[in-house]
Ligand binder design. Sequence first.
Ligand SMILES: NC(=O)C1=CN([C@@H]2O[C@H](COP(=O)(O)OP(=O)(O)OC[C@H]3O[C@@H](n4cnc5c(N)ncnc54)[C@H](OP(=O)(O)O)[C@@H]3O)[C@@H](O)[C@H]2O)C=CC1
Ligand SMILES: N[C@@H](CCO)C(=O)O
Length: 428
Amino acid sequence: MPTPLRLGIAGLGTVGIGTVKIVQHHAALLARRAGREIVVSAVSARNRTKNRDADISGYAWEDDPVALARREDVDVFVELMGGSNGPALAATKAAIETGKDVVTANKAMLAIHGQKLALAAEEHGRVIRFEAAVAGGIPVVKALTEGLAGNEIRRVMGVMNGTCNYILTRMESAGLPYAEVFEEARQLGYLEADPNLDVGGIDAGHKLSLLAAIAFGTKVAFDAVELEGIGRISIDDIRRAGDMGYKIKLLGVAQMTGRGLEQRMSPCLVPAESPLGQLQGGTNMVVLEGDSVGQIVLRGAGAGEGPTASAVMSDVIEIARGARISTFGQPAATLADPVPAKATAPAPHYLRMALSDKPGALAKVATVLGEEGISIDRMRQYHHADSTAPVLIVTHKTTRDAIDHALKRLPATGVVSGEPVAIRIETV
Ligand SMILES: NC(=O)C1=CN([C@@H]2O[C@H](COP(=O)(O)OP(=O)(O)OC[C@H]3O[C@@H](n4cnc5c(N)ncnc54)[C@H](OP(=O)(O)O)[C@@H]3O)[C@@H](O)[C@H]2O)C=CC1
Ligand SMILES: N[C@@H](CCO)C(=O)O
């Protein structure tokens, strides 16, 4: 049998320990599938004396992940610490410079430094694989890079942050406001150390930017992702959207349009009966559309020890088998500079507002919408006890610019109370 593939694992938290467990529990299965043994030579974490949920006593220990990355008895550096800069970046660079392949789950690091790291890896004849960085256990990176390699990708779409989907579906099922469910998510340990990474859409935006690079052959452009979090979604919106046949999701969409590359991660309405609409709790879903294959829907656990470690191991096995796949599916030097779309593709929008219940109020709103070229598809006014009437409008396809202009003009009508809400309706 060929020589074993030797791993150096930096980070022994949720994902790192999950990975160690797979190496230990499935040694024979991994060796059969990879055609060689997969072993751990050395590990690193912050605290050497911490109790871990796996026996690591047989592995060499390094306090410094950079030292781990440089060890001669390591073939693959497995970076599972996290953080876009700091030790994760330093150790990944050190690994590449000293001739190691890299497997990482670190979407934050790749979203910022992916292009430079990919170039460096190729210069040194090394590979960087990152299946675990996007949608946890769902093999979406491999689906795009390998399974759909013969397609021109039309659109990549998905719910890629389990915490946000948990919050939105829990608000709906329990009838609880955002702040209360956010606190619940915190107690359950679902939120990142910086919760804004989750609820601000940043984590999911990182993931989307990585998929967009593979899908469209462009350099990772996280800065160009239009980001909006879920903090302003109210239980009222969730209920009203439901009445109109929709669910609200933090939805990522990347597509190449005539206006350039569109990447957005924002709350959207999707049809309640669609696969995305039916997605519950912390689960992730990614929808891929290719010119030959049509639409593919992948659904599964986007986080957690087992699912994420499963993805890490798929990369390790790929390397053990001798596959050498470019980080973003083609040589990094051939990735194009993306031209970000200046405006998003037109779409129907959901508008919610409170109107003075007096003659002509609706007509004034309809006039503003009409003057901005916005056509009303459906409208509903709810029963109300006070002097303002909750009104919902679903528009035909229109641009976000037109919606924003209309929203700016609405206060001057004198019939709208509070701030109207506008949410895009995505065609899925
Ligand atoms: N958790 C999940 O479900 C998912 C996580 N990921 C990604 O996987 C990566 C790891 O996440 P996760 O396992 O949850 O994180 P954890 O916080 O559970 O673990 C982080 C590990 O890194 C170690 N570490 C942190 N800083 C250093 C340092 N300076 N030097 C050495 N070791 C260090 C910690 O050491 P110590 O234990 O001693 O404190 C800990 O073992 C991140 O990039 C994350 O975004 C991706 C998908 C899902
Ligand atoms: N915070 C992320 C973890 C997995 O990347 C989520 O909620 O999906």
